[in-house]
Design a protein around this ligand. Sequence first.
Ligand code: DP6
Length: 323
Amino acid sequence: MRVRTSPSLALVKYWGKKAGGRNLPATTSLAVTLAGLDTRTLVRVAAPGEGDAVQVGGELQDAARYAPFFDEARRLFHSPLHFAASSENSFPSAAGLASSSSGFAALALGCAALSGLAEGPRANALASDLARLGSASAARAVYGGFTLLPAGARRAEPLEGPAYWPDFRVVVALATREKKRDSSRGAMELTRTSSPYYAPWVRDARKVSREALAAFRDRDAQKLGELMRLSYLRMHASALAAEPPVLYWLPDSVALIKACAALRARGIGAWETMDAGPQVKVFCLAPELAAVEAALREAAPGCELIVTQPGPGPDLSAEAGPR
Ligand code: DP6
C-alpha cells in the first residue's frame, strides 16, 4: 500500500495529555493540513516470522516506540497481520514540521487498508483513532483541509475541505534544518509534570479554542490570527516554566516573530505560530503574501521560506513498489 499524507499544522495547540494513558490530548487543537509537504509511505504485510518494522528516511526506528501502535492496529482492525513500513519526507523530519503527524497518519491508513477496511468514513475514523496513539497530532493528518481534535477525544473531526478558505496561506520559515533535541512528547510531559503554568495553560486553552473555532467558522482572519498567537505563546510559556526549561526558539525565530509584529503594525495581516522547534509558520491571506514573504526574507535572510496552503486529504494506492 502506498500512502501520501501531509503534516497537520495546529493553529490552536495540543500540548499535554489527559491522565490515564492512551495518548488523549488535554487541550483541543484546531489545525490545517499543509499542501505540498509530503510524506510518502510504503506499508506492506510483514513476511511470516518477521515482526513489525518501520524505517524513516532509510533509518530503522526504535521498535518500542511503535509496538503499542501496531498492537492497537491488530486489535482495532481484528487483524493477525504484522506490518513493515518505509517512509520518506519531502521536508526535514523531526525539525518541528510535524513529520510525526503525517508519518503516523500514513501508517495508520496503510494498516487499515491492508487489514481489508475499504476507504471511507469508517476507515478514516478508525485510522484517526490509531494514528492518535502514535502521535495525537497524527489523528488530524488523516484528513485534508481543516480539522479539530477535541480535548480528550480519541479521533479528530474533519471540519472543512481545503476549498473552504481559498486565500488561506502559510509561510513556513525554516530557522534550521537540524533535528530538534527535545521531542514534543518528552517536552509536553515535562511541562505537565513540572511547570506551575501547565494547569492554567490547559484551563485557558478551552476558551482560546472555543473562540478560535468561532473565528474559523466566520472566516475572520484577524480574530483567528490573534487567537493563534495566544495559543502558541501560552503553550511555549508553560514549557519555558518547566524544570528544566524547554526553549525551542533561535535568534532567527525571534527575528521572524518581530517581523510579523512589524507587518501587523503596518496593517498587513501576518500571524505566526510555532511548535516544538524553532521554525516559524506564518498565516496570512493570499493578497498579502508577497509583502509577508518580503518582510520575512529581510528579517531572516538565511531562512528558507516554503509557501503552502490548505491541502487535500491522503492518497492511497495499492500499487506494488520496491521493498
Ligand atoms: C506542538 O503529536 O508530536 O506540534 O502525541 O506525544 O506524539 P505526541 O505529540 P505530537 O505533539 C504535537 C505538539 C505540537 C502542537 C500540535 O500539533 O497540536
